[in-house]
Design a protein around this ligand. Sequence first.
Ligand code: HEM
Length: 419
Amino acid sequence: MNAFLKLPDLDNHGFDPFEVERLLHGAHEDPYPLIHEPAAKGPIHKLSYRMLYTELPDVLSDKENYLVLGYDACQEVLANPHLFANGGAFQYTIGRSFGHTLSVMDAPEHPKYRKIFQKAFLPQVVSKWGESVVEPVINDLIGAFSGRGEADLIEEFTHHYPFQVIYRQLRLQPEQAPIFHRLAIAQLLGSIGAPEGPEASKKLGAFFEALIEARRADPEDDLVSHLATVEADGGRLPNDVLISFLRQLMNAGGDTTYRGTSVLLTGLLTHPDQFAAVAADRSLAPQAIDEALRWEGPVTSTWRYVSEDAEVAGTRIAKGAILNVVLGSANRDPAKFENPDAFNIFRERSIRHLAFASGPHVCIGQHLARVEMTRALNGLIDRLPNLRLHGSKPGPDIRGHQLRVPKHLFVEFDAAGSP
Ligand code: HEM
């Protein structure tokens, strides 16, 4: 069916959205010392998160920005959506790229639509996808290099599998997938004024509109059919909300999971004793995943708009300011996590990390992300015996200040079929 739906590429075929995206996220080796330093002085600072790392302005730079640091202050903001709203912040960023998504909504609209989306992401629904969608993607990708004895797990595995899970959910034809990926990344570049941003959003929007129409007429057992027909309290998702959600999916669901899985593998393979423990006892996988998300959560900061004069951690902040809620600083708060910069899957786990944020906008895809990461980890351990860092290639190097990931993860293993 999708073969007949048009998905035109960007007009400028020479434009490389991936390269521009890499520039946007920076190449910072370790952003944490620059967070720890102000955090030690107090939780609120009149500064934007971005300005800690780069002088390049963005669409929020002309507003009054405050850094919110440390676990308690971040929690305080995320738990008060009435005072600290999404719409006033995300309409300039995510809203421009994706349109009317959950991330730009506030109450009463947000809970109304979130309830409907939630039905598609219940743990029991999502775990079925683990078997039917995630597992085949993982097996195909690993099968392509398992006989070779070495691989780059970023280039050959993590940078593909969450996106391929989405392609299968959308029933994209293989020839459409690379164009879809380019458009999905290009959408984000509207926030820095690249004309390819709005062009990509428009092309994806037209594609999704046709896809939704086709699925409503002839529903299948896939995510789009499900979302196009799901109801809660007698209400359905309007087309603009559904299209915006689908536009956001590659970024919110694909990009984050690619980065999360990459740092999970980096954490474990650079700590071989911890990797060996997980390989020997798979019941440790959930705590390894949580530790990776705490240690190097893919989303280091989020934003909220101060909708009326308010106090945050005892500091008065006037209506109209933008709060940069630094999730990375909450997750490395020494008052909550002992030796917070260390990767330690055996650490005391009584406090929940904020890698998925918290409050009413807490990640709706977190069960799916966990299912995907667990399957990826188990698949690699099962299929690549004696998996370890490559002995003669450079080790992984996690980079970026906003969205973090290593560019390569070179590994060696006993090749399938070798003695
Ligand atoms: C390791 C993987 C992931 C991480 C670290 C992550 C992180 C986050 C964070 C931090 C937020 C909240 C942002 C805020 O409140 O400002 C969020 C929201 C969201 N996430 Fe995820 N996410 C991941 C995977 C996924 C997946 C797999 C999906 C979908 C299939 C998804 C869909 C969404 C959506 C739609 C929202 C907006 C929810 C709302 O505003 O009500 N995410 N995610």
